[in-house]
Design a protein around this ligand. Structure first.
Ligand code: NAD
Ligand code: SER
Length: 315
């Protein structure tokens, strides 16, 4: 069956890369990028684009009808740090954006919906190492609360309406083609740019704050892998734990220092440290591995080398 895919939030850190990957798989014309802002040249020139506000349900219906959309990737959200500064807007976008889409899936015959959750669904009372798929979840950030509520809504729509909603609890994502958009893990991208430009970086997290992270290539493979998986094998309809690499700022800085001699990182924790303190350090993703064969490729040294090689080449 021919798929027509709508990506909402295509100008963001994941969207810019995911649109290109999906167009390579499904064909340029069959992947409609959309956002409330204009994305990069690659995304604009590579295929169709719609200016679309997820909170405008009327506009959403017009786009679904116009393109006869069969799958949606919903990436529009406010991330953890920005959400703490704008709690009402974050709740409105993260919750009502998702509900608008879930509500239209059945009437518009959407075969599959991808909606990302986050490690932010966990909270200070969650076991911090090898965090299980099902565990205590008491998030203490607006972002985490909205993601946990979103997971419950996805499972509810799956059970009650048969909506095929697939989801991953992404760790912090690191890539060289796009910039992060207001999260607690953004330091792990900024540090590379500053290391190349200035041989120094001031990190907003404390040096020993270990968090689960993932290289973008692995995250995109996880996303497409889950969306292409045999639905009858999927046992989780809230959101899957997936793990990549766990490291602290000082471990990343040390790894970068092996390539950029004289690189110095100092640490000045801000509000984002408080957010990070409530998140796990490592994730148990055995159910994702069993259900749909998830396997990450990059470790810390491979990821660091690839980031630096690409950023230096494209300077
Ligand atoms: P981002 O902030 O970089 O991009 C979000 C995009 O959504 C932006 O381009 C923005 O313009 C767009 N947007 C905002 N409001 C909109 C609206 N009303 N209608 C349509 N588009 C709108 O975010 P990202 O890092 O690409 O994250 C995408 C998704 O993945 C989010 O749900 C996020 O919570 C989740 N996630 C990301 C990470 C990460 O490390 N990047 C980790 C865990 C989960
Ligand atoms: N990288 C994201 C953030 O820091 C995690 O969801 O907000």
């Amino acid at each position: 069956m021919k798929e027509v895919i709508l990506v909402i939030g295509s100008a963001g850190q994941i969207g810019l890369e995911l649109v290109v990957k999906l167009r390579n798989i499904y064909g340029d014309k069959n992947v409609i990028a959309s956002d409330i802002i204009i994305p990069s040249y690659d995304v604009m020139e590579g295929g169709p684009f719609e200016l679309l506000d997820i909170l405008n349900k009327k506009q959403l219906k017009l786009v679904l009808k116009k393109h006869k959309v069969t799958q949606i990737y919903l990436l529009a959200a406010l991330l953890s740090a920005t959400a703490e500064y704008h709690p009402e807007s974050a709740w409105n976008l993260n919750m009502n954006g998702l509900l608008n889409i879930l509500d239209l899936c059945k009437p518009f015959n959407i075969r599959k919906l991808f909606w990302p959750s986050s490690i932010a669904v966990f909270g200070p009372s969650t076991p911090i190492t090898n965090t299980p798929q099902v565990t205590i979840m008491e998030p203490d950030t607006i972002y985490g609360i909205s993601k946990l509520a979103g997971e419950r809504w996805c499972e509810y729509y799956h059970k009650k309406e048969g909506v095929d909603c697939r989801s991953i609890r992404y760790p912090g994502l690191i890539g060289h083609r796009s910039n992060p958009g207001g999260g607690t893990t953004d330091y792990a991208v900024h540090i590379f740019h500053q290391a190349i430009k200035k041989k120094s970086y001031e990190c907003f997290l404390a040096k020993d704050t270990t968090l689960p992270m993932m290289y973008m290539e692995d995250a995109l493979n996880a996303t497409v892998g889950l969306m292409e998986a045999d639905g009858s094998k999927l046992t989780i309809h809230s959101s899957y734990n997936v793990a990549g690499i766990s490291f602290s700022p000082i471990e990343l800085a040390t790894e970068i220092g092996k390539h950029i001699h004289g690189f110095k990182c100092n640490y000045k924790p801000d509000l984002r440290q408080e957010i990070a303190k409530g998140w796990p350090q490592s994730i148990d993703d055995s159910i994702a591995k069993k259900d749909w064969g998830w396997e990450p490729k990059y470790d810390l040294s491979e990821m660091t080398k690839d980031m630096l090689d690409n950023l230096i080449t494209n300077q």
